[in-house]
Every structure is written in structure tokens, then in C-alpha cells.
Design a protein around this ligand. Structure first.
Ligand SMILES: CC(C)(COP(=O)(O)OP(=O)(O)OC[C@H]1O[C@@H](n2cnc3c(N)ncnc32)[C@H](O)[C@@H]1OP(=O)(O)O)[C@@H](O)C(=O)NCCC(=O)NCCS
Length: 256
């Protein structure tokens, strides 16, 4: 979509209304990797995910001296898994996940029917991670068998795009082999190394031992437990909150 006014001052456009235009802050000029538009971002946004003002696709703001912004660093590779965007042919593997009602016991989601899974994949294709609170879904592919064994949905939940939250599920036939924690480590790698997030959080029903263990094993810190704070699936539940800060994140021992 063309920008409505090609004569605009791009810096004025990016500053909030009423803000002085003669600013001491340095700006980074870079081309959008999708449409080639020359955009300008405050220096403080280097390494973060931003929207191109013309095509609205997402780009990672490069450091000074690089001409073109980077595309979203997807797929994410871990030693056994590939975290990638969903494709239409994933529907049968996703339906296999949906068949196990027990998997949904401690989470707000309910199993989806075949048509709903197809709608989900179709809608997910259009999701831009920069849309506030929009969840982008990574399919979790087991590389050895080219099989989708789970998914991980990820979203920003603040307007400054400093904080992210996620939720994940692994096919019941592939559990307790470290795939859940490996996928979470991959998502943390994406968040901290790929798009320079300040803090990542996840919540878990306190009765969900597997979920809590997985988050701890992936290196997340238990921040606290809210007692009977959520009425879900006919009962009050306790929410355990987990978080990890950029400075707490350690490079995982597995090679990316
Ligand atoms: C939570 C979930 C993703 C974990 O997947 P997974 O592939 O089994 O996770 P991992 O193999 O990495 O296991 C992580 C830890 O949890 C432990 N664990 C897994 N399932 C367990 C269970 N049923 N009971 C006790 N511990 C369990 C593992 O033993 C491992 O700890 P360890 O290495 O110290 O032994 C999976 O159980 C699931 O999809 N559950 C349904 C959806 C859900 O609840 N999502 C979590 C929302 S936060």
C-alpha cells in the first residue's frame, strides 16, 4: 500500500504528535527488506522488531552502517526441532493434537474441529507479530521425521514491544523427551537474540506439573502464585507466573 503522503518528513512521522522534531536522538535509516522503502527509526530501537511505515511488514532495525533491515529471524533451529510458521499441510498433525482432550485440561483453549484448524492456519498466515497482542504461532517440527509435534504461540503484550508471553503444547505421543523445554529454549533464543526483548513471561495452572517443570527446565524463574485468580473450565484455579529477563538469559548449550 503506498504511503498517503510521499512528501512527508519521515522523522516527523515517527515522532509522537506534539514532540519536538529537533531532537538529540540519533536515527537509523534503513531499507525495508520487503518493499525497499527507506524508513527511519530512533537509535534506541536497534535490534528490535518494527513495522515498515509503507508496507506494514515487520523488520528488525539494523545497527548503524547497515543499509537494509533484517527479516523476522524465523525459522528457529534447535538441535532436534524447527520452530516455523504454520502451513496448510500441518492440519492433520494439528488435528492429531486436538484429539487428546486431556492436553487442554489446564489451559484456556478448547480442542478445535477440522474446519477450525484450517481457519486457524489461514488466519495465522496474516498475523504480524507487531500487532498488539496478536499471537503468532510457531509450528514445532521434529526435523528427523518432518512431523509437526506441537505449537508455541507467542505475543507482545505491551505497546513498546519490550515484553513477550507464550504458551505451548506438545503431542501426547512425544512428551517427556525434552521437546517441550527445547521448544521453549528456542522461543527464548528468538525473543532475546532475534528481536531483543526485555522480558518473557509464561503462566501455568499450579496443578500442571509438566507445564511448570518444562518452564523451569527451560531456565524460567518462578515469580509467584496467584491463588484462585482465574475461573476456568468450571473451577477456580491458581496461576503460577514465570519470567526471564534478557540479562538472565544464558546461551543454551545446544547449538543453534
Ligand atoms: C507441558 C508440555 C508442553 C511439556 O511437554 P514435554 O515435551 O513433555 O516437556 P519436556 O519433555 O521438556 O519435560 C519437561 C520436564 O517436565 C517433566 N514432565 C513432563 N511431563 C510430566 C508429567 N506428566 N509429570 C511430571 N513431570 C513431567 C519432565 O520429566 C521434564 O523434567 P525432567 O527433565 O526434570 O525430568 C506438555 O505436557 C503439554 O503439551 N501439555 C498440555 C498443554 C499444556 O499444559 N501446556 C503448558 C502450558 S504452560
Amino acid at each position: 500500500m503506498p504511503f498517503p503522503n510521499q512528501d512527508y518528513s519521515k522523522r516527523d512521522y515517527l515522532l509522537p504528535a506534539g514532540c519536538k522534531t529537533e531532537t538529540d536522538e540519533l536515527f537509523i535509516d534503513c531499507k525495508c527488506p520487503h518493499c525497499g522503502f527507506l524508513a527511519s527509526f530512533p537509535e534506541g530501537r536497534i535490534g528490535t522488531l518494527q513495522e515498515c511505515p509503507r508496507c506494514f511488514d515487520v523488520l528488525v532495525v539494523p545497527s548503524q552502517g547497515t543499509d537494509v533491515g533484517a527479516k523476522l529471524p524465523i525459522p528457529v533451529k534447535t538441535s532436534r526441532l524447527l520452530l516455523r510458521r504454520l502451513v496448510r499441510s500441518d492440519s492433520s498433525d494439528l488435528l492429531e493434537l486436538m484429539a487428546d482432550e486431556e492436553s487442554f485440561r489446564y489451559i484456556a483453549w478448547t480442542p478445535l474441529e477440522e474446519g477450525e484448524v484450517e481457519d486457524w492456519i489461514e488466519k495465522d498466515k496474516a498475523v504480524r507479530l507487531t500487532q498488539n497482542r496478536a499471537s503468532l504461532c510457531f509450528g514445532i517440527e521434529l526435523v528427523e521425521y518432518s512431523k509437526l509435534i506441537g505449537f508455541l504461540s507467542l505475543n507482545y503484550f505491551d505497546e513498546e514491544r519490550q515484553d513477550m508471553a507464550f504458551m505451548t503444547m506438545i503431542n501426547a505421543n512425544y512428551r517427556r523427551q525434552g521437546f517441550g523445554s527445547e521448544a521453549v529454549r528456542g522461543a527464548l533464543h528468538f525473543a532475546f537474540t532475534g528481536v531483543h526483548i526485555h522480558r518473557v513471561i509464561a503462566s501455568c495452572d499450579s496443578r500442571n506439573i509438566a507445564g511448570c517443570r518444562m518452564l523451569e527446565k527451560a531456565g524460567m524463574r518462578r515469580e509467584g502464585e496467584c491463588v484462585k485468580d482465574l475461573f476456568q473450565k468450571g473451577e477456580w484455579m491458581n496461576t503460577v507466573w514465570y519470567a526471564i529477563l534478557e540479562e538472565e538469559y544464558e546461551q543454551p548449550p545446544i547449538k543453534y
